[in-house]
Design a protein around this ligand. Structure first.
Ligand code: NAD
Length: 477
């Protein structure tokens, strides 16, 4: 036994590292175990290393290229031959990632979190065994353990990963040249974001999606608009297309899939498999640890992230709910505070979702389909960015804001935004929902002019037929 801690966190992604920092800030002697990294632990998990941050770096670079080639002329800006240096774009991305992971290491130091490098496993009695890269095993003890080992990409038998040809999201963040023809399996968040990166850089992108509905988790008006815009940008999105097999032939990948018309074939240079993620629970807990999984293979927890073992918690992608970094971070903070006896909770009703394409999609609360299914009467206010001066000035006037409110109480039930900076605008809606705001509360709020946020103001006004800069469909109240 080498050391005893108040808290040991296994995993340093946004759920684990944030939870560890919060524990240390609350005066708990805290360690965080991370297995990734060669000489030192590479902190930050999927999000910082191979997820949210690198994908956003590539989305920014690729969209700047697209904009320069296709949209700057509109502003009167002439450019010569626009070229793309993919290795330079990748090097920029890698630098951003190493800055941020190094930043987490500095935060650990500043807050007194002990960083332990190796693969952690929870044993019975809240002991944690850590195996380092050379196979040395050290056992630690803790009063509390937080499992935060995240998730990994799902692999499917018809499309086994094949180096250089069939890759997961991590592989797709490291292409060294733009593939001429790119296939993507799955029109989920990852498929759309990565498909967009390479589409903006000039690949011919075909996305094969097994389901008949596009973005079934999103408000369907917004999903329809997104499908229209993305298709116009060049993404070939084929719905109801289930991949049955793949074969690497020479320098090509032949993808067989079935759709409503029967057997189909697609030939591409590279194929990205983006069919979902699954909790990384393999080897994380010993069979006698007392931890149970739920029916989907996630670690079973209650609303406060407590597992079936007192003093052991699980947070982030390992547990129920959306696999989103910000949801995991809030769970990490909640657990740290509850370990200290505080009564903190996470409001799972107000977690925003974002798809970082151009334009972005962002939403919070219920979709119209979900509200309709409850049978409760509701009203909707929708306002287009095409009627917002600031959006026109920026040349980004596609999309709209859609607010759904309860018919009787006027309380906002959901906000759905497709348009410029939707990821930033949605925070206003999250705050409104968190404070139980009515549509009228937002309508009576003063918004600066000219801003994109005015679309939220106008949509709130439109809920009762009071929009100013558009003909109202609904009768004024
Ligand atoms: P997803 O579950 O969102 O989408 C996967 C899609 O693949 C589904 O629509 C599914 O129907 C389809 N599919 C599965 N098997 C198929 C087959 N054989 N043929 C054709 N289609 C098939 O998964 P994802 O996009 O991989 O994302 C994983 C997780 O990561 C999600 O929870 C997501 O929210 C999260 N994530 C979030 C962000 C963000 O917040 N911007 C970014 C990346 C990932």
């Amino acid at each position: 036994m080498s050391d005893k801690f108040d808290v040991i966190v296994i995993g340093s992604g946004p759920a684990g590292y944030v939870g560890a920092i919060k524990c240390a800030q609350l005066g708990l002697k805290t360690a965080c175990v991370e297995m990734e990294g060669s000489d030192a632990p590479s902190l930050g998990g999927t999000c910082l290393n191979v997820g949210c941050i690198p994908s956003k770096a590539l989305l920014e670079s690729s969209h700047k290229f697209y904009e320069t080639k296709l949209e700057l002329a509109d502003h009167g800006i002439g450019v010569g031959d626009v070229t793309m240096d993919v290795p330079a774009m990748m090097a920029r991305k890698d630098k951003i990632v190493s800055n941020l992971t190094g930043g987490v290491a500095m935060l650990f130091k500043a807050n007194g979190v002990t960083s332990i490098h190796g693969r952690g496993q929870l044993l019975a009695g809240k002991k944690v065994e850590v195996t380092d890269a050379s196979g040395n095993v050290t056992e630690y003890e803790a009063d509390n353990v937080i499992l935060a080992a995240g998730s990994r990409s799902v692999e499917i038998p018809p499309a086994p990963l094949t180096e250089g040809f069939i890759v997961d999201s991590t592989g797709a963040l490291a292409f060294q040249e733009t593939p001429k023809r790119l296939g993507v399996i799955g029109a989920g968040v990852i498929g759309l974001e990565l498909g967009s990166v390479w589409n903006y850089l000039g690949s011919e992108v075909v996305i094969l999606e097994a389901q008949d509905r596009f973005l079934p988790m999103a408000d369907q008006r917004m999903a329809k608009e997104a499908n229209k815009i993305m298709s116009r940008q060049g993404l070939d999105i084929r719905l109801g297309a289930r991949v049955m097999g793949t074969e690497v032939k020479g320098n090509e990948v032949v993808v067989s899939y079935q759709d409503a018309s029967g057997d189909q074939e697609l030939v591409v240079d590279k194929l990205i498999v983006a069919v979902g993620r699954t909790p990384s629970t393999e080897g994380l807990v010993s069979p006698d640890s007392g931890i149970n999984l739920d029916e989907r293979g996630s670690i079973f927890v209650n609303d406060f992230c407590a597992t079936d073992v007192p003093g052991v918690y699980a947070v982030g992608d390992m547990v129920r709910g959306p696999m989103l970094a910000h949801k995991g971070s809030e769970e990490g903070i909640m657990v740290a505070e509850r370990i200290c006896g505080h009564k903190t909770q996470v409001n799972f009703e107000t977690i925003p979702s974002v798809i970082y394409t151009h334009p972005e999609l962002a939403w919070v609360g219920k979709t119209e389909e979900q509200v309709k299914a409850t049978g409760e009467a509701y009203k909707v206010g929708q306002f287009p960015f095409a009627a917002i001066g600031r959006a026109l000035a920026a040349g980004e006037s596609e999309g709209f804001v859609r607010i759904i409110a309860d018919e009787a109480s006027d309380r906002i039930l959901g906000v759905h935004i497709i348009g410029p900076q939707a990821s930033e605008l949605i925070a206003q809606a999250v705050i409104a929902l968190e404070f139980g705001s009515s549509a009228e509360d937002l309508a009576l709020t003063v918004f600066a002019h000219p801003t994109l946020s005015e679309a939220i103001h106008e949509a709130a006004l439109a809920v009762d037929g009071n929009a100013i800069h558009m003909a109202n469909k609904r009768k004024k109240k």
